[in-house]
Design a protein around this ligand. Sequence first.
Ligand code: FES
Length: 158
Amino acid sequence: MSFNRREFITVAAVTTTATGISRTALAQLTERKYPVTKIAKASDLKTGEPLSFSYPDDNAPSYLVKLGRPAQGGVGKDKDIVAFSSLCTHMGCPVKFQESRFVCPCHFSQFDPAVNGQCYQGLATEYLPQIRLRIDEAGDILAEGIDGLIWGRIENKS
Ligand code: FES
């Protein structure tokens, strides 16, 4: 099959539009898969003192922390409240929050919570999965999605 220039442009425009709609619809479907879960009151957090919780299910240990400095994806008036899976992306050891970063005690990978959980040292090659947060009108911090794959899973939601 061959197209003249005008037909080619028409087919390309229709294909692009159709693909764009499909991706948008797919993204919306994917978003619906995550629960919206209250984690804590923003006013109860203390800078540098992480709070443990599980998300999106009971087998997904995570940390919520107020960094005291702006963070990518951070919420709150100072944009410094973030949450991450606490399973190291190398081999799944539980990371610990120390001196404004997450440190894995197994092989010493370190992750920066102000830069989307980027690994900047050690054997891990992936960012820590970051949990998307929102603060509602009542000041409650809500988890509503994850960017990145939780260690050991083929999907974040079972
Ligand atoms: Fe964390 Fe290996 S399990 S660095």
